[in-house]
Design a protein around this ligand. Sequence first.
Ligand SMILES: [Zn+2]
Ligand SMILES: [Zn+2]
Length: 250
Amino acid sequence: MPGTFFKSLASGSSGNCSVITDGEFMLVIDFGISLKRFTAFLNDEGLEPDSIALMISHEHSDHAGNVKLFRKKISGEIYARRKTLEACGVSGYAMQENMAFGSFSVSSVGVSHDAVDPVGFVIERSGRKISVVTDLGTVSEGLIDAMSGSSIIGIEANHDLEMLMNGRYPEHLKRRISGPKGHLSNDQCASLVASVYSGDARVILMHLSKENNRPEIARNTVISAMVSAGISSPDVMVATQEAGSDKIFL
Ligand SMILES: [Zn+2]
Ligand SMILES: [Zn+2]
């Protein structure tokens, strides 16, 4: 449907924000970008949604750094797990596991990350599923179940493990990033994508490390795993810090 799309506005450790809209209602996932950038996006796209809801995945500043500004300047409600709202120091609604927003229904799925109550989001509309899951160190069976069959798979491919281990980060940071409450490597991302993929899903690799990854390495790793799993002509793109992703129509 025209006007119904997903887009990442920015993805990476310097700021994250994605939107899903049906033209009337806009779901915003995370607000780690500037207010200026967000409003410029609305203006450039000519979007004037009747209502906006912000959902916060977890309290880290690259996801929640500007939620107070959102609260002040944008007329929209904020939803997050109760502990996450507290950690962000912002008022809002406690996110239930399943919630309806306009024509969308949203499940928040707990993930393993070093935050108070981090979640990924699985959004459904007219039988189509969009997963947006970043900032996790391991993949649970529950997450695979929740993401299975998504038409749009927005998933973290944070680092190439070899680049991370041979890179200049201090040891404690290497351990944190590669640990169970850190971030997904390209290989972890690839095996997750191969196991949840169905039909003609479009894959968007998100939250790539500038230091420990390269878009082509991430993309090739995921495509190889998909091809090995028997998926022909995989559709895999990379969301960047500067430009996010293309608009993907639902
Ligand atoms: Zn992050
Ligand atoms: Zn994080």
